[in-house]
Design a protein around this ligand. Structure first.
Ligand code: ADP
Length: 371
């Protein structure tokens, strides 16, 4: 029994993928749940529809993507009532994401009561970051009372692509140091030493770090006070502007990297400046993580932008030859797996991420059944 159903529940969507080993038997997205004209009235109906249309015979385990595991979950965990209660306690840290995951877990436990269910956390891979990489220099009583620290996200992606990078280099994971750059609508950079995350750019929430589609990434936190006291925005309005109206959208007016690239190619100065900010932030993190790791074998690009955008990869890494980093223009243009010239000290890789497959493998490992 190696079949695994991976469920990724959003507030109004249910994304699923059924694996047998690494083979995808079925996949789909049930959307606009609970809305007029949507695919299902609620998540229970959505899962029931999935069970009516997809053959789940021989299902060994269900793997649920859960965004925030706080400091309570450092690994994928078989779900029971206590685990559900703990994920509920973490809702204040992820008020949009964890409730949706809990809904998915609840209906799956009811409709598939005989199948073990596993929670796979976006944060877990980063639980190996040492204290100096997760603590901020703020009042430590406040920090510990309210759980104010870096947790990091996109963990399944950083874990998967860092392992695949080691495979590509033909080196054991435990001896490979990689900087992984997950660049999608959300974006994060991670420093991985010997298979373990030691630094990452997202923080307590997915708002900090790199410039993203609509999120600001790093800012001076005093902007929040200024926007409130001087500009008169409410806290909700400030959260809205930093999470949904910033990033590429805030700077260029477009949140889609393809559109911003096309505009720059057509001579649009605002688009050019936006990309300069985007590349500059990435370079700052690459430089920081070179210093954190000391020795780096590879820099790996992944996710929608990282896998598909030669200009972003070149724009991020040009001019770094003195640091042992170079990009071959032809290899880059062809989105090859290795885009650095032969013989450069640091290999630059493009590795397509497989977050659902990683969740499936984690779910299998958690119930003690390797694929
Ligand atoms: P999500 O974080 O929602 O999973 P993706 O990983 O799918 O997002 O990444 C979406 C981003 O990838 C968008 O900004 C999109 O413009 C960008 N993208 C996809 N294909 C290309 C391409 N060929 N060139 C540049 N950007 C691309």
């Amino acid at each position: 029994m190696t079949r695994v159903l991976v469920l990724n529940s959003g507030s109004s969507s249910l994304r699923y993928r059924l694996f047998d080993g690494s083979e995808v038997l079925a996949k789909g997205l049930i959307q606009r749940i609970g809305e007029d004209g949507g695919d299902a009235a609620d998540h229970r109906e959505a899962l029931q529809r999935l069970m009516d249309t997809v053959d789940l015979t021989g299902l060994a385990v269900v793997g649920h993507r859960v965004v925030h595991g706080g400091d309570r979950f450092t690994a994928s965990t078989v779900i029971n009532d206590e685990v559900v209660a703990t994920i509920e306690e973490l809702v204040p840290l992820a008020p949009l994401h964890n409730p949706a995951a809990l809904t998915g877990i609840d209906v799956a436990r009811k409709l598939l009561p005989d199948v073990p269910q596993v929670a796979v956390f976006d944060t877990a891979f980063h639980s190996t970051i040492p204290p100096e990489g997760v603590l901020w220099a703020i009042d430590r009583d406040l920090a510990s009372r309210w759980g104010l620290r870096r947790y990091g996200f996109h963990g399944t992606s950083h874990a998967y692509v860092s392992r695949e990078t080691a495979r590509l280099l033909g080196k054991p994971v435990t001896e490979t140091n990689v900087i992984t750059l997950h660049l999608g609508n959300g974006a994060s950079a991670t420093a991985v030493r010997g298979g373990r995350s030691v630094a990452t750019s997202m923080g307590m929430t997915p708002l900090s770090g790199l410039v993203m589609g609509t999120r600001s990434g790093d800012i001076d936190p005093s902007l929040v006070f200024h926007l409130h006291r001087v500009a008169g925005l409410s806290l909700d309005e400030i959260e809205d502007t930093l999470t949904r109206r910033s990033g590429l959208l805030g700077l260029a007016g477009d949140n889609d990297m393809r559109t911003v690239q096309e505009r720059r190619a057509a001579g649009d100065q605002q688009a050019a400046l936006t990309l300069d900010v985007y590349y500059r932030r990435l370079r700052e993190y690459v430089g920081a993580y070179l210093a954190v790791l000391g020795r780096v074998d590879a820099i790996t690009f992944t996710a929608g932008i990282g896998e598909n955008s030669p200009p972003v990869r070149a724009g991020t890494l040009t001019g770094l030859e003195a640091l042992g980093i170079a990009v071959d223009p032809d290899r880059n243009a062809r989105n090859e797996l290795i885009i650095s010239p032969d013989g450069t000290p640091i290999t630059v890789c493009v590795v397509p991420t497989e977050e659902e497959l990683e969740i499936a493998d984690e779910a299998r490992r958690a119930i003690g059944s390797e694929s």
